[in-house]
Design a protein around this ligand. Structure first.
Ligand code: CP
Ligand code: NVA
Length: 304
């Protein structure tokens, strides 16, 4: 495993399986109230330059359950918001803390932070990637379907941080991945280039949700306007017309297919209220698994 978790493209299939296996053990320990305070006395700094509910709570609770402490740093209220260079923030936090989680806009900022910090840096979402979320998604799918290899994952919607991370994570785990995006909203070229190198799983980028969802075992979607894209909302509502994951679309998937959504969800936009409620158990299990997956990541990166 590397020092940091910045994007799933950096991980091997073995790394991902090690995280998922550890996450299963963390979940078991938590459910059975078994001691697992492996990070006793350690501290995680959490930098948030965007809003969050799940990421903030799951990292903070996870760190507490591991016997450590997490502290919240708002981008705006810390000196980061007043322009203190990332390289200085990195070196200061490394003097106090044992790990840093960052949620920000540019992937380059998270990478620079990691470059200058002697302690592990975990990406809690950038415009480019949402690796912790996709680790939780893979964990949830494996839990329900008992395997990942050979399953077909369909993503319908914007070629955003979720699409990028699902393509990388899904293909690395041997899943066939189909992505339906309207033209102009494709996943990042670096991810498409990686997909082009994969030989033991299939990747398809298509223009209609029906093509992507055909025979899928897992259907995943996400908001059409991500954080930072609020001003494009009206234009995006038009561009994504016809991309709603609804009952009609799901009829094309395998019977008993799973539906995942990282949340927050916009019912009636990327997912119908009916599909959301019919798959609520899977979607909230996915949200819960953020806790277990991130505890695994923190343990693997921050243990002595
Ligand atoms: N899915 C997710 O990352 O949720 P938050 O934005 O609430 O952290
Ligand atoms: N794509 C969304 C994910 C939110 C968890 C965003 O970046 O806002």
């Amino acid at each position: 495993m590397q020092k940091d978790l910045l994007k799933l493209l950096d991980l091997s299939r073995e790394d991902i399986h090690e995280i998922l296996d550890t996450a299963d053990q963390m979940k078991y320990a938590q459910k059975h109230r078994l001691a697992h305070d492996y990070l006793r006395g350690k501290t995680l700094a959490m930098i948030f330059e965007k809003n969050s509910t799940r990421t903030r709570v799951s990292f903070e609770v996870g760190m507490y359950q591991l016997g450590g402490h997490a502290l919240f740093l708002s981008g705006k209220e810390s000196q980061i918001g007043r322009g203190e260079p990332v390289e200085d923030t990195a070196r200061v936090l490394a003097r106090y803390c044992d790990g840093i989680m960052i949620r920000t806009f540019a992937q380059a900022e998270a990478e620079e932070l990691a470059h200058h910090a002697s302690i592990p840096v975990i990406n809690g979402l950038t415009d480019f990637a949402h690796p912790c979320q996709v680790l939780a998604d893979l964990m949830t799918v494996r839990e329900k379907m008992t395997r990942l290899e050979g399953l077909k994952l369909a993503f319908v919607g914007d070629g955003n941080n979720m699409a990028n991370s699902l393509i990388a994570g899904g293909l690395k785990c041997g899943m066939d991945v189909s992505v339906a995006c309207p033209e102009g909203y494709d996943p990042d070229q670096r991810v498409l280039d990686f997909a082009g190198t994969v030989t033991d799983a299939a990747f398809r980028l298509v223009r209609t949700p029906a093509e992507a969802v055909a025979d899928a075992d897992v259907v995943i979607t996400d908001v059409w306007a991500s954080m930072g894209q609020e001003e494009e909302r009206q234009q995006r509502l038009r561009a994504f017309a016809g991309y709603c994951v609804d009952e009609e679309l799901l009829k094309l998937a395998k019977p008993g297919c799973m539906v995942q959504h990282c949340l927050p969800a916009h019912r009636g936009e990327e997912i119908s209220a009916q599909v959301f409620e019919a798959h609520a158990d899977e979607i909230f299990e996915e949200a819960e698994n953020r806790l277990h997956a991130q505890k695994a990541v923190m343990y693997l990166l921050m243990k002595d």
